[in-house]
Design a protein around this ligand. Structure first.
Ligand SMILES: [Fe+2]
Ligand SMILES: [Fe+2]
Length: 558
């Protein structure tokens, strides 16, 4: 019995062990299945990931190589496994660095970099690398997993993008600087047009004023100085035939400059605006000792000058010079030259206009004077009389404080006072005896008849004088019997001067009086002439300056 139970026990133990073994084997198989599945999944992942991955061990030998590595580098797994990957995917010229690269990788746990690689078909590509180094417990290299992505295209695009960005920023900079240039040019243009506007406004002033040619030159210089803001001094000189003389100046001593006796050969004539450094030195070279001394005294020290010669008539040039002081930091530039050229063009037009109209006026005056002489001759009076009336009237006008242009006009136009006599019958003018009432009425008309000849607006002063030169301060004159200040002052002047000169002059009906006699007659009266006939203010001037008046008469006697 015991034996039976022992056998049963042994058998059941055996069966248990066998069952346990079966369970163990089944479990082991299950585990193996799991491991295989994991391996398979890893392989799938290893091969399907879009990153080139390869595993390498010592001596750079490839242990595993995924599908994307095949795709990027072109080598099948079987071609590269067990071989030094440097020999395949590192370009030959870069292989010499193998030791350096390897030792660098081995020293570190993880290396990230971008390297140039080569494919099986010889293309050089750029790869972004991430290398993970695995080490054993002792810290020795075990293996490494290299992961690479082909960044050739990406880099190319990036580089292109960088270039485009650089180009854009360059273009932007160019745009910016051309914008600055534009702004700068705009400012220059704006400034120039302001200066031009100012210049034109300044020149426009000339149209409204009645100035002499000399004043006109001075005004032109003032305009030049106003417009050319960099200029400190200036001068205008005229080169006429062989002579060269200064006629206007700003900053320099004009009186001294006028003392200079200069000739055309001493001057500089330029057809376009020209900058001359140290013009004093330049001039001195051509001057003689006497000229040098005066010039040195008359002029300030100059750093540079801008000069232009304006032809205004046959063989007549106007030289306009503007100067920068020796101590100034300023200088002339292209803008100055351009503006000065514009100035010259406008000035030249005005100058020619002025010179020609002066010529016209001069010949008009000359002709009128000749006509007046004929009129006076008609009355047996010499041309000397009318010249003296001009000069003496100018003298009074000056003493009354009239400006020079007006004084000049009186000088030129007073001689025309009797021009109306040309319309008076010579028989009446020549009549020795007293005139009949009718004849006297005709005679008195010589005043208003002058209007037939002096109808031009230019002769309005001459006409005024001719109309009223026989009116008397006390109202006893003709043709209108005007009194006191009703009579234009210019006519009052000529009235007094005409009487004085007539007294001093020899006429067919009378002898010449001495100066003293004339003074006595005018200041005390002689029955025919009375002091009441004259403006007391003019009478006062007459007596105060009688010596000067005598001299003017005597100088112009013959
Ligand atoms: Fe008269
Ligand atoms: Fe007269």
């Amino acid at each position: 019995m015991d034996y039976f139970w022992i056998n049963i026990l042994i058998l059941s133990t055996f069966i248990f062990i066998v069952l346990m073994m079966i369970v163990f084997i089944l479990k082991l198989r299950k585990n193996n299945q799991n491991i295989n599945e994991s391996k398979k999944r890893y392989k799938n992942l290893f091969n399907s990931i879009p990153v080139a991955i390869f595993v390498w061990g010592k001596d750079l030998k490839v242990l595993d190589w995924n599908k994307h590595a095949e795709y990027i580098f072109g080598y099948k797994k079987e071609e590269i496994i067990g071989k030094n990957y440097f020999d395949f995917i590192v370009p030959e010229d870069l292989r010499k660095d193998v030791d350096k690269v390897t030792s660098k990788i081995l020293d570190m746990n993880r290396v990230k970099n971008v390297n140039e690689n080569i494919t099986k078909d010889g293309r050089r590509i750029l790869c972004e690398w991430d290398v993970i180094v695995e080490k054993d417990e002792k810290g020795n290299f075990y293996r490494a997993i290299s992961m690479a992505q082909d960044v050739t295209e990406k880099t190319k695009y990036q580089q292109e993008l960088k270039k485009t960005v650089e180009k854009l920023s360059e273009t932007n900079e160019e745009l910016y600087s051309s914008n600055e240039e534009l702004e700068e040019s705009y400012k220059i243009i704006e400034n120039q047009s302001d200066q031009m506007r100012e210049m034109i406004e300044l020149f426009n002033r000339f149209d409204q004023t009645d100035m002499s040619l000399d004043q006109f030159y001075s005004e032109i210089l003032l305009v030049a100085m106003d417009v050319m803001t960099e200029a400190d001094y200036g001068s205008i000189s005229i080169i006429e035939k062989d002579k060269w003389e200064f006629i206007a100046s700003s900053g320099h001593n004009l009186e001294k400059l006028r003392e200079l006796e200069l000739h055309k050969k001493d001057s500089i004539i330029v057809s376009s605006p020209t900058i001359i450094k140290d013009i004093k030195k330049e001039n001195m070279k051509r001057f003689n000792d006497a000229q040098r001394r005066i010039f040195e005294e008359a002029t300030r020290d100059i750093k540079e000058s801008l000069i232009i010669s304006v032809p205004i008539d046959d063989d007549i040039y106007l030289n306009i010079a503007i100067d920068i002081a020796a101590e100034s930091k300023k200088g002339f530039n292209d803008n100055s030259i351009m503006l000065f050229q514009a100035f010259k063009n406008i000035a030249s037009t005005y100058l020619k206009n002025k010179v020609y109209s002066k010529k016209i006026i001069d010949s008009y005056l000359d002709f009128s004077k000749k006509l007046a002489t004929i009129a006076e001759a008609h009355d047996d009076i010499t041309g000397k009389h009318i010249n003296r009336v001009g000069e003496l009237s100018a003298f009074f006008a000056e003493k009354l404080g009239y400006k020079k242009s007006f004084v000049d006009r009186i000088r030129n136009e007073a001689p025309l006072h009797d021009i109306g006599k040309i319309f008076v019958d010579k028989a009446i003018l020549d009549k020795k005896g007293p005139l009949t009432d009718e004849e006297w009425e005709i005679m008195k008309k010589h005043t208003v008849l002058s209007g037939r000849l002096l109808s031009e607006d230019f002769f309005r002063l001459a006409k005024k004088i001719a109309y009223y030169h026989h009116e008397k301060w006390d109202g006893s004159g003709y043709p209108f019997g005007m009194k006191g200040d009703e009579i234009p002052l210019e006519a009052q002047i000529v009235s007094l001067v005409d009487v004085y000169d007539a007294l001093r002059d020899e006429r067919p009906y009378k002898k010449a009086f001495t100066h003293q006699q004339a003074v006595d007659i005018i200041s005390k009266g002689d029955g025919r002439t009375k002091p009441e006939h004259f403006n007391p203010k003019l009478l006062k001037i007459f007596l105060e300056y009688e010596k000067d008046i005598e001299k003017i008469f005597d100088d112009l006697k013959e």
